[in-house]
Ligand binder design. Structure first.
Ligand SMILES: Cc1cc2nc3c(=O)[nH]c(=O)nc-3n(C[C@H](O)[C@H](O)[C@H](O)COP(=O)(O)OP(=O)(O)OC[C@H]3O[C@@H](n4cnc5c(N)ncnc54)[C@H](O)[C@@H]3O)c2cc1C
Length: 485
């Protein structure tokens, strides 16, 4: 076995071909020699892990940085001929180990396919290559008066192709939905090298099964996304950010459904508990108002079509939170103040990693809003019972919680990797009991696979395996992820 991973992948590796010098030459012919990295461990190492953590690494044998769908198709034909495993890769910001080349072989990086091909104002779409950084697309369309509504907290690093492959969520789902809702068309290269064009510049399509929607959230197991047509929204009206400090987690959580029910247009509603805020604020060298007294914060962004409506909106939300026990409601008066608040939220994960390089960020359960208080209580209880420090944050209005856990001193990293996932498995079982699932946005990848397979009915898994076989009969695309093989 090459790399560090819990679970033995040797048997899985045995099923695949190895890249011989002759095969490498064919790959170089397919993609252009300058786009292929092999035999350079230092250069390959950056493709051996993602943000699931340093406990999950596995070296590729080669990295192909394709420049076009034609090159992707040509490489897939070679891989298919020799049964070489291929792991598609965006920015590697995923938190489920999904972009880690578990069986070695080829990492197919989309980083060079990073052009915004077109912004089409009449059809309100943008056509982009998969390696465009999410925020670059947001900025480009904003200049033309549009909004691309995908907004994972990793927006400054993740790629659009990765967002589609994971059905990314993030900070604006309560208002606009997750990535699935923003995808109108895809160009996809299948493992055999066949290219499909799915969907298009249209918003309605009952023209057979939606293979396009099947690709969304497929985590690189069905095909390689080489072009994306995304929906653009009109730019929102005026927005304001509120930071609401609560004396305890319960009153913060309890306020959320009430805020959502006001009918005011809430774009974001993010929860951060005391531990998370303390770590993040110190990381970015800031202190939030009431940080010493508050046990939890809600970061709420609301929208209004005029200054009066906006003021009405934040007055109503603020009053409601105060009536629900909030210590104070801060209205960000300027871009700087808004930036300061969001800076904390966006840097939470990085701050946690700086605090503890082994902290686990893969907790991602989602439950119906009505059961969020119970889920939060179960998370706290699980931490207390095991003596594990837990930070709780999440896209709370979506019922999506990210408990973040820290490695106890003295525990070996690999033991911790398994321990952390067992911790989340237990919480996933609770989420399922409450009517939810184990991942709202990060996906299954490798780290959530065992509990995923365990929790789904066998009939459902068998249908999924059938779908996988029809797209990828030899199982060369991202083996060992999602369904396992
Ligand atoms: C600080 C931080 C904050 C985050 N916040 C959020 C958040 O708010 N919401 C959220 O949803 N996620 C979040 N994430 C997780 C991550 O950013 C998302 O899952 C993101 O969508 C991954 O994009 P990527 O380009 O990095 O993909 P990668 O990590 O490179 O890949 C992820 C998966 O997609 C597949 N893939 C990538 N590109 C393609 C392609 N072109 N064709 C086919 N398959 C492909 C890979 O094989 C892999 O299975 C966060 C991560 C970090 C580190």
């Amino acid at each position: 076995m090459t790399g560090t991973f819990f679970g033995n992948t040797d048997a899985l590796r045995e099923r695949y071909g190895k890249i011989t010098p002759e095969i490498l030459r064919e790959i170089q012919e397919a993609a252009g020699a300058k786009n292929v990295v092999a035999g350079d461990p230092e250069a390959l190492e950056s493709y051996a892990s993602d943000e699931a953590g340093i406990m999950f690494t596995s070296m590729p044998d080669a990295v192909v940085k394709a420049e076009s769908a034609e090159q992707v198709a040509a490489v897939m034909k070679v891989a298919s001929k020799y049964k070489i495993p291929v792991t598609p890769r965006g920015a590697g910001s995923g938190l489920a180990g999904a972009a880690v080349p578990l069986c070695g072989g080829i990492v197919l990086s989309l980083e060079k396919m990073n052009r915004i091909l077109e912004i089409d104002p009449v059809n309100r779409v943008a056509v982009v290559e998969p390696g465009v950084v999410t925020n670059e697309l947001c900025k480009a369309v904003a200049e033309q008066g549009f909004l691309y509504a995908g907004y994972p907290m990793s927006t400054e690093t993740s790629f659009i192709g990765g967002n589609v492959a994971t059905n990314a969520g993030g900070g604006k789902v309560i208002r606009y939905g997750n990535t699935r809702r923003h995808v109108l068309g895809l160009e996809v290269v299948l493992p055999t090298g066949t290219v499909l064009n799915l969907g298009g510049r249209i918003r309605k399509d009952t023209w057979g099964y939606s293979l396009m929607q099947l690709m969304v959230g497929s985590e690189g197991t069905l095909g390689i996304i080489t072009r994306v047509i995304v929906n653009l929204e009109p730019k929102p009206g005026k927005t304001v950010n509120l930071l609401v400090a609560f004396p305890d987690l319960d009153s913060a959580v309890d306020s959320v459904a009430k805020v959502v029910r006001t009918g005011i247009s809430v774009i974001s509603c993010e929860l951060m508990d005391k531990l998370s805020v303390n770590i993040a604020a110190s990381h970015v060298n800031t202190v939030l108002p009431y940080q010493d007294r508050a046990d939890a914060f809600l970061l709420i962004q609301i929208e209004g079509d005029s200054d009066e409506r906006l003021e009405e909106g934040y007055e109503k939300v603020g009053t409601l939170c105060l009536e629900n026990g909030a210590l104070e409601v801060f209205v960000a008066e300027s871009r700087t103040e808004s930036g300061m608040i969001w800076n904390i939220r966006q840097n939470l994960a990085e701050a946690m990693r700086a605090h503890d390089p082994y902290c686990s960020l893969s907790g991602d359960m989602v439950v119906p809003l009505s059961t969020v208080p119970e889920m939060v209580e179960e998370i706290r209880k699980a931490g207390k019972e095991r003596g594990i420090a837990v930070g709780i944050l999440g896209h709370i209005a979506d019922g999506n919680l990210h408990p973040i856990i820290f490695k106890p001193a003295g525990m070996e990293p690999m033991e911790w990797a398994e321990y952390a996932e067992a911790f989340y498995d237990d919480l996933t079982s609770v989420a399922i009991r409450l009517g939810g699932v184990g991942s709202g946005e990060h996906g299954i990848g490798y780290v959530k696979m065992p509990i995923f397979l365990h929790s789904k009915p066998a009939e459902e898994i068998e249908i999924m395996r059938g779908i996988k076989r029809s797209f990828d009969p030899d199982g060369i695309l991202n083996p060992g992820k999602l369904l396992g093989s």
